[in-house]
Design a protein around this ligand. Structure first.
Ligand code: ASP
Length: 356
């Protein structure tokens, strides 16, 4: 080869390299990170002590711990709230869901990752699963250790969430939670341990998959995913109907049912014993709440797995109650709130609980 052809080959190589860099830069997907607070944004007094304040650092500080996400996506960040998720509320839910819907309707947004405390993550994930009208990936992520802890789990969880959000196979899976290398569906999400980093499970159906070497591997489909075709529309709502959860246990009285009636709630979800059973005192009070005050009653169970089935020991049709099937009390409250934005008919509410 003479000097000229070497020069030519070298410049061709440079052009090819430049083109591939431009193409791969263009091919990067755009992911919005919406921050709401939680332990993932928490700060402890030291790296080892248990005490810390959730929702203490901003989204930019949080993301600076995981610069690698910029290699796999174009990242845009917004702070929606900065609270411990024990204080999560309808106002933030509505704001969050509206923002997610707005962003996902844009063709230049490919997915959303929401940083969130773990205490009520299952409720927010389910609310979004029912109210976001898009098939694009929506992933909630939290951590069990604050950002200042040794082996903080937040950065890895954020990386895995972004990696899952940009993967084509994540489209149409419904809202998911990515933590501890697991991908979990919002349809059956439960926090199962107060401290462990592997706290989230899909206790009835098993996880949707895992993240391995920075790539999602799916092993099941979400059985109940509603993201693109949801019948609920919150875009014009500024508040949600009030629904309370009441627990049953040996010797439970009508005390809390009576209090809920007095407070003019629109719905009551019961966390019953076994297959959603209630003490006779509670059941009689609930029957009156339906008949005399038009309050919607959904029976669920305090047991973590298995359905609260219709017509077992309780005659739901006779009492005009609905049964929650596989939806636990926390998610039942979310669904009943949304159901009550459309109907008060227990049969129609039962249809939703049977379908979702
Ligand atoms: N209390 C915290 C929260 O839910 C706990 C956590 O994020 O793990 O915001």
């Amino acid at each position: 080869m003479n000097k000229n052809s070497i020069r030519k080959a070298f410049s061709l190589m440079l052009v090819a390299l430049f083109v591939s860099v431009v193409i791969s830069a263009q091919a990067k997907k755009t992911v919005y990170i919406l921050a709401t607070g939680g332990t993932i944004a928490g700060q402890g007094a030291t790296e080892v002590t248990a005490g810390y304040k959730a929702g203490a650092i901003t989204v930019d500080e949080l993301l600076s711990a995981v610069p690698e996400i910029k290699n796999i996506a174009d990242i845009k960040a917004e702070q929606v709230a900065n609270i411990g998720s024990q204080d999560m509320n309808d106002e933030v839910w509505l704001k969050l869901s509206k923002r997610v819907n707005e962003l996902l309707s844009q063709s230049d947004v490919d997915g959303i990752v929401i940083t969130h405390g773990t205490d009520t993550q299952e409720e927010t994930a389910y609310f979004l699963n029912l109210t976001v009208k898009s098939d694009k990936p929506v992933i909630l992520v939290g951590s069990m250790r604050p950002s200042t802890a040794i082996s903080a789990d937040g950065p890895r969880n954020i990386y895995n969430s972004v990696a899952t959000a940009v993967a084509p196979e994540s489209v149409g899976k419904g809202v998911m939670v990515v933590m501890d290398d697991k991908i979990l569906g919002a349809d059956d999400l439960a926090k199962t341990n107060t401290l462990s980093v592997g706290t989230f499970e899909n206790p009835n159906y098993g996880p949707l998959g895992i993240v391995y070497n920075g790539k999602p591997i799916y092993t099941r489909q979400s059985v109940k995913r509603h993201t693109s075709n949801s019948e609920f529309d919150i875009m014009n709502l500024n508040q949600l109907p009030r629904v309370e959860i009441i627990l049953s246990y040996s010797n439970a009285t009508a005390l809390f049912v009576d209090a809920a009636v007095k407070a003019h709630v629109k719905g009551i979800v019961t966390a019953g014993v076994g297959n959603g059973n209630l003490t006779t005192l509670m059941q009689n009070a609930l029957e009156k709440a339906v008949k005399n005050h038009g309050i919607a009653v959904v029976r669920s169970s305090r047991i973590m797995t298995g359905p609260t089935a219709q017509w077992d020991e309780v005659d739901d049709d006779k009492l005009n109650f609905s049964a929650s099937w596989f939806i636990n009390p926390y998610r039942s409250r979310v669904l009943l709130m949304l159901a009550l934005t459309k109907t008060k008919d227990y049969k129609e509410i039962q249809r939703m609980f049977s379908e979702y």
